[in-house]
Design a protein around this ligand. Structure first.
Ligand code: IVH
Length: 722
């Protein structure tokens, strides 16, 4: 087929014009992003987008080798160095590694199969030994030591030539300036410079205070610090380092070290005082690699630093050598990435949501984006001040973060991309749901609807809070259903859940609800409730019955669950447990003075006041009475003195895999014995319970001198031993 000008679009290479143009477009796009990523620390594509475009280009080039150009990003590693630092030529190139993604088979299995194939191993031969490491999310660094002294620190640059950032790297105290006697004459230590999350937060807080630019994430902050022309500024930006490999080393023949495994290299580096992650593991075969991937993935959000995946390396150096390299990547190593936790997308609008306590939360409505393993369409902006600080406006490209179970949030926006004026967002003066006045107390960041239980939004949230799994648990009573119940006035207050349909019938018959309830049999009440539910949208017979059964079941509850479900401000799950344990009955708690409440462990004046305020309101006490009258009940107990329990006042951190208890079970046992369970180790931690593959928390405990026990030790403590 020829085009309008009579040219045959497929030339002598047999490649159509469309493919050629696509390859050219992809090259330009990737080159531009390389500059943004490596030289300006301001990437315009997400890692996932970059990888997808990169793969597309590789595929085109593999199919049509004639299209490969010497300057194609597939032929290089990263971007060209910045000109303001002097260049350093790497005597051994700094390579990149191939990324393995999960498809029908896991990335780990895929890699292991490839390694076995390339090593020509038959299925009966033993599993390959690997070293599995976290993939640190910072920037690669090569540290050159000559005669034991650090002489040069260089960034990766394009893999062949990097930037000389020695002066800046010297400010990192974790990086040894000299090696112990006996170290090889020449050795290049390679690893990742990164910034701990806590250091990043503190840095951003300082930057904000002094009115300077804040950083979007620890990686960008670390990259910015390494690239400072003034190393005095770098010194104020706390950087960290993990070693993960070697570059040039004095050869064995010239007296250099004769390492046999990659693990041995890392252990040697550790003995020379280089930080080497305590999370690294030797793994045999694909199953071990997959287990490592899962295990690190589950710890990801609790680690003190960002990682974006794991790296698998063949452990035996002889095998590494045998496998060699393909284009710019070693065949013996692979990166297995976790789902990205940050993505860019457009802000389509800013809505305001009203929460259970009346708090108004600005929420960005987003062009749907897949991030952190789910499609995100809304992300919180927390409050007006956060929104202003991040300068978010409708139409902006935003960086959205979704990590673990945390609610997705807007981290920041790319202001440079704003093409036309957009008005600043304003908080509404009236509640968008009930029209009541919006207030903000002095020194409070939150705006609140003053409508209280008049506000349907607050009532909805109160019902959802009461019905949630961790409170009285009414399975099937989700957002959509509650919305209808409130909007149709079937439910106004929590007790209405237990008398569905009664309100409307009472109004119709002009009778007080109690009187009507007293005149109906249990069967008649159930019929009325069923009928009411079935009138709602998407409520089939069976689901209506299921919901009704779940409501019935929720009547048998426990005092802590019930208390938590009431939604008293500042009374979360653990405070509810403490209160229930301390007072034993609801009556004693309702009658407790502020002094009595302050006796409860962990309750301070603010929480005590909030509890007093709640029980001092007649309508709240009435709700309690009504719930009791509807049959909601729980076992009561004697008040327990604080000191009677073996772990009172003790704080635990549980880490790693325990031999017989799950972490949740261990937590329940500790709490039942009066102890508390925290997520991170500090000087206040009484005990760290460590199981198999305990990582950084164990290190921290040892560093701080916190007592470490295993599962048996925990059981001894539970039995009252110390
Ligand atoms: S090994 C020849 N190990 O990931 C293998 N790299 O493309 C060289 N990275 O930017 C890399 N953690 O800086 C290796 N444990 C780890 C790593 C790691 C992070 C980075 C590295 C480079 C990229 C690899």
């Amino acid at each position: 087929m020829s085009d309008l000008f009579g040219f045959n679009p497929a030339d002598d290479t047999g490649v159509s014009g469309a493919v050629r143009r696509r390859a050219e477009g992809l090259r330009k796009l990737l080159q531009y992003n390389d500059i943004q990523y490596y030289s300006a620390d301001d990437p315009k594509l997400t890692d996932a987008q970059y990888d997808a475009y990169f793969r597309e280009l590789v595929e085109i080039e593999l199919k049509y080798p004639a299209l490969v150009t010497p300057d194609s990003p597939t032929q290089r590693v990263g971007g060209a160095p910045l000109s303001r630092f002097s260049s350093v030529r790497h005597s051994v190139p700094m390579l990149s590694i191939r990324t393995e993604t999960d498809s029908e088979v896991s990335g780990a299995e895929h890699f292991d199969a490839r390694v076995r194939r390339e090593l020509a191993l038959s299925p009966t031969e033993a599993p390959v030994e690997y070293l599995a490491e976290p993939k640190f999310d910072g920037l690669a660094m090569s540290l050159r030591y000559e005669l034991g002294l650090l002489v040069c620190a260089a960034t990766r640059g394009d893999g062949d030539t990097g930037e000389d950032v020695t002066q800046n790297i010297r400010t990192i105290s974790q990086i040894p300036a000299r090696l112990p006697p006996g170290a090889p004459a020449v050795i290049e230590v390679r690893g990742e410079v990164y910034m701990c999350r806590a250091d990043f937060e503190a840095l951003n807080a300082r930057q904000r205070e002094s009115g300077e630019k804040t950083f979007v994430n620890p990686r960008n902050a670390a990259a910015g610090a390494v690239r400072q022309l003034n190393s005095a500024i770098t010194a104020q930006r706390p950087l960290s380092f993990f070693a993960y490999g070697l570059g040039e080393v004095t050869p064995v023949q010239a007296g250099g070290p004769d390492f046999v495994t990659h693990l041995e290299i890392l252990q040697t580096l550790r003995s020379w005082n280089f930080p080497v992650s305590s999370l690294i593991r030797v793994a045999h075969g694909a199953a071990d690699l997959m287990h490592f991937y899962e295990s690190i993935g589950s710890q990801r959000d609790q680690l003190p630093f960002d990682i974006d995946g794991v790296v698998y390396k063949v452990n035996q150096l002889a095998l590494q050598k045998q496998m060699g390299f393909v284009s710019r990547e070693p065949r013996w190593a692979v990166a297995h990435k976790f789902p990205a936790q940050e993505e860019r997308t457009r802000v389509l609008g800013i809505d305001v949501q009203v929460g259970r306590t009346g708090k108004l939360t600005p929420v960005a409505r987003l062009d749907p984006v897949f991030v952190g393993g789910a499609t995100v369409t809304n992300a919180t902006l927390h409050n007006l001040f956060e929104l202003r600080r991040k300068r978010v406006r409708v139409g902006d490209m935003a960086v959205v973060r979704r990590a673990g179970d945390v609610i997705p949030e807007v981290v920041g926006v790319e202001q440079a991309r704003r093409t036309h004026y957009v008005a600043n967002f304003r908080m509404p003066r009236c509640c968008p749901v009930c029209g009541s006045t919006v207030v903000r107390e002095k020194a409070e960041v939150n705006h609140r609807c003053s409508g209280g239980l008049f506000c349907a939004a607050q009532r909805k949230q109160a019902i959802l809070h009461y019905a949630q799994r961790r409170a009285v648990e009414i399975e099937g009573l989700g957002e959509k259903l509650v919305e209808q119940l409130i909007d149709r006035d079937v439910v106004k207050v929590i007790p209405d859940l237990y008398r569905l349909g009664l309100r409307a019938r009472a109004e119709l018959q002009a009778l007080p609800m109690d009187e009507l309830a007293g005149s109906l049999s249990e069967d008649q009440k159930r019929e009325l409730a069923l009928g009411t539910l079935k009138e709602l949208d998407r409520m089939a017979d069976l689901s209506a019955q299921n919901v009704l059964d779940a409501i019935e079941r929720s009547k048998q509850t426990t005092l802590p669950r019930f208390l938590f479900g009431l939604g008293i401000r500042h009374v979360g799950e653990s405070t509810a447990k403490e209160l229930a344990r301390h007072f034993g009955t609801l009556e004693r708690m309702v009658g407790a003075s502020a002094e009595d409440l302050l006796q409860v462990s962990d309750i301070g004046p603010v929480v005590a006041r909030s509890i007093r305020t709640f029980f001092a309101q007649a309508h709240n006490v009435e709700v309690l009475d009504q719930l009791r009258a509807c049959g909601v009940s729980w076992p009561e107990s004697e008040p327990a003195p604080v000191s009677s329990r073996p772990l009172s006042g003790k704080t635990f951190v549980i880490t790693g895999t325990l031999p017989s208890l799950s972490r949740d079970q261990a937590r329940d046992l500790v709490e039942a014995a009066g102890g508390k369970v925290a997520g991170s180790v500090s000087r206040k931690t009484s005990f760290v319970v460590a199981g198999a593959e305990a990582g950084s928390k164990l290190d921290k405990a040892l560093e701080l001198g916190v007592t470490v026990v295993d599962e048996n030790g925990l059981k001894a403590l539970l039995d009252g031993g110390t």
